[in-house]
Design a protein around this ligand. Structure first.
Ligand code: FRU
Length: 504
């Protein structure tokens, strides 16, 4: 079980995909997820369940929903949660049935289940609540996101119509009877043939729609990806003539994460009003080596969302995650890598930990310094780009002692490009690159046994990746090419294993 994560949510056994029903209810965070408990593969979906009091330490709760009714026999698909006026926790989900043997046509109906204690769930005898035959391709309409706004309840659904993805709205006064309220947004073709897991929310005075797109063709697609999660920012208008429809007037679609393994993101409000997000830290395409260990899929760390300059969303690790810190391994300021000893003395490194570091042999114009080791680390590193002379510099993590295996984060100062290089991370591959101009480059990293999450410059960019190196590849190195790089500050913590001692 060498790839089991130390501080992420993952299925206790079997399969996990989308996060579902995220909510803070009666003093606890609830995370449900698409779950198949009988093997590490997608199968008739259940809703698995975790709870937490602090967003950091989690307990497994009993499976909340089983595919046990005629209307959901092939799966309880993704959905959301609200607290109703009676104080009950209500889960909305899609009941899924295959209609034909080829599994091309589906019957997808919208359902709900209640709980008074946040543990046991009862399906509504009135299910399915929305079941009329809908005019969508192949019956594809799913993933209800329910929210209260302007004095009524709304439900958004992802759908497929005339070969294009769209979001449909329904509205309700009682959470039971739902009336169609139009198409909120639609793919222009480049935005794919099916939209999944829509999520609409107000943030910093604007309305944001997060979407998971199947079959995207736009410039935001990397390396032939077949699905991508992103968002649009705009204005929600409801109650429009002739029949009170809702639409979102919005700007262009933007990728939410620039990495490899980030799909089906969902958000919810924390008790203090913060907009929090989890996504499935995997995808439908990539290799899933943990299958050999009997499990597959994980969720990202919880992230806080804010709207940044240019109406771009910024994701940052939830502040609660500082509680994961178990030991501080490195704390240095003003440190030069790739310079002579004399130059280094001039800079006057201060801090703890680096004395244990060692220069690694490199070609004449390259330098690399081994900093520490670990496979569950938080690293908060700031390079002073303006004062550095190196053409290219960065950090290697999960590096083997011969450095053949490594996950490399590299900044090219002259090209002004940042690269997340997974081509030598073991089993998986790929390089993701973005343009980035910065005087200072802050890399905030969370490394777990089979994942790396990176937040660049306070969430200006984020990169999420599963990596599957040899368990012994746990080196962390700073490198510089063609000059010296100034590390303005670097702190490293070993993080807790929140699952230690729990039956695995
Ligand atoms: C997204 C998705 C959803 C669906 C669920 C099924 O990853 O395809 O649209 O509800 O997964 O597990």
């Amino acid at each position: 079980m060498k790839r089991r994560l130390a501080y992420h949510l993952m299925p206790p056994r079997g399969w996990m995909n989308d996060p579902n029903g995220l909510i803070y209810y009666r003093g606890e965070y609830h995370v449900f997820y698409q779950h198949y408990p009988h093997g590490p593969k997608w199968g008739p979906m259940h809703w698995g369940h975790f709870t937490s009091r602090d967003l950091v330490h989690w307990q497994e709760a009993p499976i909340a929903l089983y595919p046990d009714r005629p209307y959901d026999a092939d799966g309880c698909f993704s959905g959301s949660a609200v607290v109703d006026p009676l104080g009950r926790l209500v889960l909305f989900y899609t009941g899924h049935r295959w209609v034909d043997r080829e599994k091309k046509h589906v019957r997808q109906v919208q359902c709900r289940a209640f709980s008074r204690d946040g543990r046991g769930f009862e399906k509504d005898p009135a299910n399915p609540l929305i079941a009329e035959p809908v005019d969508v391709d192949g019956g594809h309409i799913r993933d209800p996101k329910v929210f209260y706004r302007d004095g009524r309840w709304w439900m958004l659904l992802g759908a497929r119509k005339a070969g294009r993805g769209e979001v449909r709205a329904y509205r309700s006064d009682d959470l039971v009877s739902w009336e169609a309220a139009g198409v909120v947004a639609r793919s222009d073709g480049a935005l794919g043939f099916m939209w999944e897991c829509p999520d609409l929310f107000a943030l910093d005075g604007r309305d944001v729609l997060v979407l998971s797109v199947e079959g995207p063709k736009g410039p935001f697609v990397c390396d032939g990806e077949r699905s991508v999660t992103g968002y649009v920012v705009g204005t929600w208008r409801a109650g429009l003539p002739p029949a009170g429809q809702a639409v979102l007037e919005h700007g262009p679609f933007v990728r939410l994460d620039d990495g490899f393994d980030f799909y089906a993101a969902q958000t919810f409000l924390g008790p203090d009003g913060r907009r929090l997000l989890f996504a499935w830290m995997d995808d439908w395409q990539g290799p899933k080596p943990t299958v050999d260990e009997g499990w597959s899929g994980a969720l990202t760390l919880p992230r806080e969302l804010v709207l940044g300059p240019g109406e771009r969303l910024r994701m940052r690790p939830a502040r609660e995650l500082v509680q994961l810190r178990e030991a501080e391994l490195i704390n240095v300021r003003h440190w030069l890598v790739g310079a002579s000893d004399a130059e280094m003395r001039g800079v006057g490194t201060r801090g703890v930990g680096i004395a244990e570091s060692a220069e690694v042999n490199e070609a004449a114009d390259r330098a690399a310094v081994a900093v520490t080791r670990g496979d569950r680390l938080e690293i908060d590193l700031t390079f002073d780009v303006a004062r550095s002379t190196a053409h290219r510099f960065g950090i290697d993590v999960r590096a083997s002692s011969d450095r053949r295996e490594r996950t490399r984060l590299l900044y090219d100062r002259r090209a002004r490009r940042f690269r997340f290089d997974r081509s030598r991370s073991g089993i998986v591959g790929g390089i993701r690159e973005v343009s980035l101009s910065a005087e200072r480059l802050r890399l905030h990293l969370f490394i777990d046994r089979s994942s790396v999450e990176l937040f660049v410059n306070d969430g200006e960019r984020s990169f999420t990746a599963r990596v599957y190196p040899d368990p012994g590849s746990d080196g962390v190195l700073i490198f510089a090419e063609g000059g010296a790089v100034v590390v303005e500050s670097m702190r490293v913590w070993r993080l807790k294993d929140i699952w230690a001692g729990m039956p695995q």
